[in-house]
Design a protein around this ligand. Structure first.
Ligand code: ATP
Length: 285
């Protein structure tokens, strides 16, 4: 039975069908680069009740890279992002058709463990959301929920997560202080560290820097750039300069449809579609 287990980065679970087996008889998705595909959607439609928000989206997201989703407000960027770790499941009356494949396995298959899926595909939101707990407890929360009880292991996970999120030096002497006492930019990096603590291999980020000042934004952008060495990152942003600065590939959405995807540099300099050109040149949106 195919399952998604946490922390199987280079994992090929014996029981999982191979990627090639799963996709060999399908039409190719719109690819955005030469790297192997980490996540792929096939003919994905998404509905909030009667209202359709996404239309027939087929997209391949390359591993260990940053893909940006851009497009005007309400075009479905966040909805699409949330289908990638089933965050939309909690919206009553919502449904989808089509497939979302993580390393070739359909994450909506009935036997998928959604908690394990969300450990592998972590999420960082626009507004940082630390728990009203200590810095240590914020980071240790996910591993504890996953069953880790060994204090030494937890301490090591907390330290390495904070280091990877570039926050360790700033907080190492106040691990027991409230996370709510951190600055906005520090809180956002704390939330990134919290997402990293469950050893995901994909990070979904929904406008992670939009509430931050320019210095904190630059810090988070640098961090995203560093993290792509080891993680597949998908970021929704309204800021086209930001997309151009940090992403390897960019997907442009309009009215629930994927209009164009490609290498960021090409999409911004030589867009293939008129709608993309109009958007990036500021003619609408
Ligand atoms: N929980 C929900 N229930 C019903 N409709 C929703 C819900 N969330 C989003 N929608 C609708 O789905 C469509 C796409 O919204 P979505 O938030 O995905 O767009 P977006 O491109 O991320 O927008 P923005 O850039 O403004 O955040 C919109 O018409 C929105 O009103």
């Amino acid at each position: 039975m195919p399952t998604l287990t946490p922390n199987a980065g280079s994992r090929k679970l014996e029981s999982m069908p191979s990627y090639t087996d799963v996709v060999k008889d399908r039409q190719p998705s719109t690819a955005a680069g030469p790297q192997p595909t980490k996540i792929e959607t096939r003919g994905l439609n998404f509905f909030y009740g009667e209202r359709q928000a996404l239309f027939d989206i087929s997209l391949a997201i390359p591993e260990r890279s940053v893909m940006a989703f851009i497009g005007p407000s309400g075009c479905g960027k966040s909805t699409f992002l949330r289908t990638l770790n089933r965050m939309n499941d909690i919206v009553e009356g919502s449904r989808h058709t089509g497939e979302v494949l993580l390393e070739g396995v359909d994450i909506y298959a009935p036997q998928i463990d959604v908690v394990a899926l969300r450990k592998r595909v972590g999420m960082v939101f626009q507004k940082s959301t630390p728990f009203p707990k200590s810095i240590f407890d914020n980071i240790a929360y996910g591993p504890k929920v996953a069953g880790e009880r060994d204090r030494r292991k937890l301490t090591s996970i907390v330290e390495s997560s904070l280091q990877r999120a570039g926050l360790w030096e700033e907080v190492k002497d106040r691990m027991n202080s409230s996370a709510l006492a951190l600055s906005g930019g520090q809180q956002q990096r704390l939330c990134i560290a919290r997402a990293l603590a469950t050893s995901p291999d994909v990070l979904l980020m929904d406008e992670p820097a939009s509430a931050l000042d320019p210095a904190s934004t630059a810090r988070v952008e640098d961090l995203i750039f560093e993290l792509k060495e080891n993680y597949t990152i998908v970021i929704v942003t309204h800021n086209m300069q930001q997309a151009a600065r940090i992403s390897d590939s960019t997907a442009f959405f309009y009215q629930g449809q994927l209009i164009e995807v490609g290498r960021t540099r090409e999409l911004f300099t030589k867009p293939k579609e008129k709608q993309t050109e109009d958007y990036i040149t500021g003619r609408f949106g």
